[in-house]
Each structure stands twice: as structure tokens, then as C-alpha cells.
Design a protein around this ligand. Structure first.
Ligand SMILES: NC(=O)c1ccc[n+]([C@@H]2O[C@H](COP(=O)([O-])OP(=O)(O)OC[C@H]3O[C@@H](n4cnc5c(N)ncnc54)[C@H](OP(=O)(O)O)[C@@H]3O)[C@@H](O)[C@H]2O)c1
Length: 232
């Protein structure tokens, strides 16, 4: 898809991978609607922040209506990035944390995507990229809830692409390994470090995936740090 002049929605834009995606899309000439709880420290004429908690369907509807009236409803790019993880022993995890992860990481993708798919169908063109995780491919001790959400993202993404491919809509899933972001701030025992991937590299892969030929579809992208423990 030609990114120049397209309207893109990116969720979770205050920092990390989402913010890097915003910056790259802007460089490529897109008009970006950032839907998030907190605005980033980034300004550009083509960047528009809309307050949105993706775990709350009313908040998503509000962001959609505001984007429609300020920009357009003809949105052909969606990056479902907002997400977080709570670590802890399975039996000690609070039900509130467990449900809240699913509300954001899984239900958020549903609320946001269902609002944007109809216009993509009318345009006969669209690309949704869902950010899963390596945790969407394997089990991880002390991370069952998060792992569950990201496995759900994989299944939902694959089902969406099968349903939407005949409408010219691609649904891709990216499974990043550890990435240097604020994701780890709340996770005991792991701190972001330079052996992890850089968020700008994950963002570049996302944007390159958007730029592919209309009949070339990348379903899954697994990316990992080459040397997660540094040079030996
Ligand atoms: N870092 C990693 O190692 C890694 C690896 C694989 C996958 N991922 C995934 O990559 C995505 C981005 O994470 P990141 O690493 O960039 O972490 P990050 O730096 O913590 O950024 C997360 C972003 O998501 C937003 N967000 C969280 N809950 C939200 C909600 N309910 N509504 C709207 N926005 C919300 C945050 O906004 P606030 O400012 O409001 O908190 C923030 O902008 C997540 O889906 C994460 O699961 C990360």
C-alpha cells in the first residue's frame, strides 16, 4: 500500500513501539490519528491525538466519532498496538489484573477493529497489523495471563485475515521478542536493556509490511533480538 496521504489509526501512542510507528508513518506522509490514554511528547501537523482507553468500548466509539469529524472515516491503516502485561504466579494473580489484561490486549482489538473494518470494506483496501508477542507463540512461566491474551490475538488475527482477505483487507500479526520499552517497568525481575530489540526496528518492520504490493500478504512476523544476552 502507498502510505503517503493515507489516514492511519495507531493505538497506544504515548511511548514505545506505538510512538515509533507514529513517527515513521508521519515520515512516509501519512496522517496519523493516535488513540491512547496519554498523548506523546511529539507534535506534527499530521499527527492528531484522540483520547481513548481501548479497553472501554464507549471510549473507542468516542475516539472514532472524533476522528471521523476531524479527519475522515476513510481509514485504511490500523495498528493495534496498545497493550501491557502483569507478571506473577498463576494462583496469586488477581482476577482484576487478569481480566484487565484481556480487556485491553484482546477486547481492545475487537472494539477498535470492528469500528474501522466497514470503511476498509467500502474502499476494497485496508491493512490491520496486530501486535502480539513471542508470548503469543509459547508458554512463559509467571506470565500466563499475558500469554493467554497474546495467544488470543494470534487466533483472532488469523480468523480476521481469512474473513477479510476477499475484501482487499490484510490482517497481519507481529510477534516481537523483548523490546527496549517501558513495558518492563511494572515487571519484576526484568528491566529493559540494550540487548533487547530497539522499538524503532520493530516499527520499521511494521511499516515495511504495510508497504507491500496489494496481492502480497505477510500473515505472521516473528522477530527476536539476535543476541539476547549480548556478545559472548
Ligand atoms: N516491549 C516488549 O518486549 C514487547 C514484546 C512483545 C510485544 N509487545 C507489545 O507491544 C505493544 C506495545 O508495547 P510497548 O513495548 O511499546 O510498551 P510501552 O512502552 O509500555 O507502551 C504501551 C503503550 O500502550 C498504551 N496502552 C496501554 N493500555 C492502554 C489502554 N487501555 N488504552 C490505550 N492505550 C493503552 C500505553 O499508554 P499509557 O501511556 O496510557 O500507559 C502505551 O502508549 C503491546 O501490545 C505489548 O504487549 C511488547
Amino acid at each position: 500500500m502507498e502510505i503517503n496521504n493515507q489516514i492511519a489509526v495507531v493505538t497506544g501512542v504515548s511511548k514505545g513501539i506505538g510512538l515509533e510507528v507514529v513517527k515513521l508513518l508521519i515520515e512516509k506522509g501519512a496522517v496519523v490519528a493516535g488513540w491512547g490514554r496519554n498523548a506523546p511528547d511529539f507534535q506534527h501537523d499530521n499527527f492528531h491525538f484522540f483520547s481513548c482507553d481501548v479497553s472501554d468500548e464507549d471510549s473507542v466509539e468516542d475516539a472514532f466519532q472524533q476522528t471521523k469529524s476531524k479527519l475522515s472515516s476513510d481509514i485504511r491503516i490500523l495498528i493495534n498496538n496498545a497493550g501491557y502485561g502483569v507478571a506473577g504466579k498463576f494462583e496469586e494473580m488477581s482476577s482484576k489484573d487478569w481480566k484487565s489484561m484481556f480487556d485491553t490486549n484482546v477486547h481492545g482489538i475487537f472494539y477498535v477493529s470492528k469500528r474501522l473494518v466497514p470503511a476498509m470494506k467500502v474502499a476494497d483496501e485496508g491493512h490491520i497489523i496486530n501486535i502480539a508477542s513471542i508470548a503469543g507463540l509459547n508458554g512463559v512461566a509467571n506470565f500466563a495471563g499475558y500469554v493467554g491474551t497474546k495467544h488470543a490475538v494470534r487466533g483472532i488475527s488469523h480468523s480476521m485475515y481469512m474473513e477479510l482477505r476477499d475484501f482487499g483487507i490484510k490482517v497481519s500479526t507481529i510477534y516481537p521478542g523483548s523490546t527496549q520499552t517501558n513495558f518492563f517497568d511494572e515487571i519484576e525481575g526484568t528491566i529493559a536493556n540494550e540487548n533487547m530489540m530497539r522499538p524503532q526496528d520493530v516499527a520499521l518492520t511494521i511499516v515495511q509490511t504495510l508497504e507491500t504490493h496489494p496481492n502480497y500478504f505477510v500473515a505472521d512476523i516473528e522477530c527476536r533480538p539476535l543476541r539476547p544476552k549480548g556478545k559472548k
